[in-house]
Design a protein around this ligand. Structure first.
Ligand code: E4P
Length: 218
């Protein structure tokens, strides 16, 4: 499973990109609202930091404006993927943009039926939201599994991008079921890396190495 980062914060992207683990980036209007700077410069900088699909979301709410905004975003860089909401207008705009060779990530997918419609309209990525489904008392991981099962081996050229990931357990579950991609917030990347036994083991190795050096006179 490929790992994307879910943030518009350039420092966080730079940090996790330096680990050599990132295959792409997702942003959304709320993530952009949390950082300073104009969005075009932010997208451009992200394309310099990560070589892979970079999702940039449209904010228009009708087909025509979605298409215009999508074209504008896609023209920024070949790696930009246009993020469109799961809606009637979103499907219409997906079909137009896909017909022009522009890649679309259909976001805010909660069911396998929504994901099938997105794939049929030509979306290259569908984003089932795990955490937000859990938030309303449903099972986000089960909904993700249904989407993966429904699209796996289908005729559509589409990747399932597990989104709204809130914990390392979500990441593992997504990987085990065969999701193509998980987009992960920076905090969860750190949680994935950290383990108290790793830290304790490292500290002991360093202490023992220092003790040996001291014994040998430096
Ligand atoms: C995905 O592309 C979205 O940006 C994101 O995963 C939403 O996550 P949230 O539900 O934690 O806001």
């Amino acid at each position: 499973m490929k790992l994307f980062i879910d943030t518009a914060d350039l420092k966080e992207i730079e940090q996790i990109a330096s680990w050599g683990v990132l295959a792409g980036v997702t942003t959304n209007p709320s993530l952009l609202a949390a950082v300073d700077g104009d969005e075009v410069s932010i997208y451009r900088r992200i394309t310099e930091l990560v070589d892979g699909p970079i999702s940039a979301e449209v904010v228009a709410d009708n087909r025509e404006d979605m298409v215009t905004e999508g074209r504008r975003l896609a023209a920024l860089h070949p790696n930009i993927v246009v993020k469109l909401p799961t809606s009637e207008e979103g499907l219409q705009a997906t079909s137009v943009l896909a017909g022009e060779g522009i890649r679309v990530n259909m976001t805010l997918c909660f069911t396998a039926t929504q994901a099938l419609l997105a794939a049929a309209a030509g979306a290259r990525f569908v984003s089932p939201f795990v955490g937000r489904y859990d938030d309303i008392g449903n099972d986000g991981i089960e909904a993700l599994r249904e989407t993966v099962d429904a699209l796996m081996g289908s005729a559509y050229e589409v990747e399932v991008l597990a989104a709204s990931i809130r914990s390392p357990i979500h990441v593992i579950e997504a990987a085990k079921m065969g999701a193509d991609i998980a987009t992960i917030p920076p905090k969860v990347f750190h949680q994935m890396l950290k383990h108290p036994l790793t830290d304790a083991g490292n500290q002991k190795f360093n202490e023992d190495a220092a003790a040996r050096r001291a014994r040998q006179g430096g």
